[in-house]
Design a protein around this ligand. Structure first.
Ligand SMILES: Cc1cc2nc3c(=O)[nH]c(=O)nc-3n(C[C@H](O)[C@H](O)[C@H](O)COP(=O)(O)OP(=O)(O)OC[C@H]3O[C@@H](n4cnc5c(N)ncnc54)[C@H](O)[C@@H]3O)c2cc1C
Length: 446
């Protein structure tokens, strides 16, 4: 009689597809792979350093307190049980391309004690989708004194500091109503993150008086955006960037273009002309790069640690390893700049890699990736939305503002929800989200 094969042996025969990073690109990809292949002859594995996913473009709202991340995050364990993939928590440390395995660092608990030991996972096909981190361009003092908005933890840290500072100012005003107490926030970088955060802060500050800080309002908030380039939102047409600047000025935001920060120190930024911008909270949002560990994986990278990929999104070093989203660098043949680090690019890359994984297994020619820029929309919280739409439907670039722009802006997140949950559940969650916005407090205060 043939002895029953161990689960391990059965597992070993399956095609193992490992996706590292469950963000905008990785989670959509793993959901599609799980739904298509299931567990019969494939083993689809997602690895992420965290236990849950929050869509990064929401982080400025989490930071300002106008969005409760607990309501919008997706727990990987629940998601994988539903979509037929396995989830491992861990941080990618290294790749052994000979053995076709990845090494994960040990997972530690809150007290620094080992929770899960470091371990290896073998792969037949590997997809890297680990996103990006803020690029401080080596400016001294930034890492020590500035906050970033790269993760939920960082956004939570910002919110806690913001609320504490609002509380301090509020207490000081009660003690001495004549005192000119302020909450000063300096944001470096006038791209989407910096601009959206600035507007969201005014929205949140305006609401605080309804939640126990009676004497506090947005007039106590001083927000300065510092931008090295000549204008804010360089990805948008000039007239929209101008319109957004006007809206920010109306709110009270001071915008300083052509200003380069050369040093950050406790409570202040120093510019190239020697100006000192004092602030209790300083946020660095001046561009992104790949995490340092990416350049040590044995794969070719660019100077910003992003992995170089071919038109099929396979790494230039190894055709069994794909890279997508912010951690990948691909310059289309007719372009002189790489595909920008955006959620829409990560989403489109996930679709191409999904197709290519299928074709690769069938021995078919892989599809080339083409990036379709659908435009950019910038939400200035409830005050305004500006942006430009691209495409055949609108006949090139179309500037949009106001309600229409707001509707399209929120559609982007809805598409992501559909991408990771499917239609039925995705629409259900949208409805619940709508109800929550009505019945729950407008701010997260803890
Ligand atoms: C505040 C803010 C606003 C934004 N607004 C917009 C917008 O309006 N429109 C737009 O198109 N884009 C926007 N972006 C950019 C967009 O969020 C990113 O381009 C997009 O999330 C990239 O997707 P990704 O899948 O490459 O990475 P991510 O979504 O960042 O996901 C990366 C995942 O990898 C995991 N990970 C990282 N390192 C490791 C490791 N070593 N091991 C295991 N797991 C790891 C992370 O935990 C994370 O889950 C915004 C970004 C920010 C921060």
């Amino acid at each position: 009689m043939v002895p029953p094969k161990s689960t391990q042996q059965q597992q070993a025969r399956k095609t193992q597809i490992v996706v590292v990073g469950g963000g905008a690109g990785g989670l959509e990809l793993v959901r599609k792979l799980g739904a298509k292949y299931g567990r019969k002859r494939h083993d689809i594995i997602l690895v992420d350093q965290n236990l849950s996913h929050i869509w990064k473009p929401l982080l400025h709202e989490v930071a300002a307190g106008s969005l409760d991340a607990n309501l919008d995050e997706v727990g990987y364990r629940g998601h994988c049980a539903r979509w037929g993939y396995r989830f491992f928590q861990g941080s990618l440390e290294s790749i052994d391309r000979e053995a076709k395995s990845i090494r994960l660092a040990p997972v530690l608990d809150d007290h620094g004690e080992e929770l899960i030991g470091g371990h290896t996972i073998r792969y037949d096909i590997l997809v890297l989708a680990v996103g990006s981190i803020s690029n401080d361009f080596g400016v001294p003092g930034v890492a020590e004194h500035c906050l970033y908005l790269d993760s939920r933890e960082q956004a939570d840290r910002f919110r806690t500091k913001l609320l504490n500072q609002c509380l301090r100012v509020s207490r000081a005003m009660i003690a001495n109503p004549a005192a000119d107490e302020r909450v000063r926030v300096a944001i470096v970088g006038a791209g989407a993150t910096g601009v959206e955060l600035a507007a969201e802060l005014y929205n949140a500050a305006g609401a605080l008086k309804h939640y126990g800080l009676e004497v506090f309002d947005e007039t106590r908030l001083d927000v300065t955006i510092v931008e090295a380039g000549p204008r804010i939102l360089p990805a948008l047409p000039e007239e929209l960037s101008h319109a957004a600047r006007g809206e920010l000025n109306k709110l009270g935001v001071v915008v300083r273009e052509n200003t380069q920060v050369i040093l950050a120190r406790k409570g202040a930024l120093v510019t190239q002309t020697g100006d000192v911008i004092a602030a209790e909270l300083m946020v660095w949002a001046a561009g992104v790069k790949g995490a340092e560990f990416l350049s040590g994986l044995g794969l070719a990278t660019n100077p910003r640690n992003q992995i170089l990929v071919t038109a099929t999104l396979q790494t230039v070093t190894d055709p069994d390893i794909f890279a997508i989203g912010d951690c990948a660098s691909y310059t289309p043949p007719d372009q002189d700049a790489p595909v920008p680090p955006r959620a829409q690019a990560a989403h489109q890359m996930a679709s191409t890699v999904f197709t290519n994984i299928h074709r690769k297994q069938k021995g078919k020619k892989l599809k080339n990736f083409t990036y379709e820029d659908k435009g950019s929309l910038i939400s200035l919280s409830r005050f305004s939305t500006v942006g430009s739409l691209m495409g055949n439907l609108v006949g090139g670039a179309l500037a949009v503002e106001g309600r229409m722009a707001r509707l399209i802006y929120t559609t982007l997140y809805r598409l992501h929800l559909l991408g990771i949950h499917g239609w039925f559940r995705g629409i259900g969650l949208m409805v619940i989200g709508r109800v929550n916005r009505v019945v729950r407090p407008k701010l997260k205060l803890h």
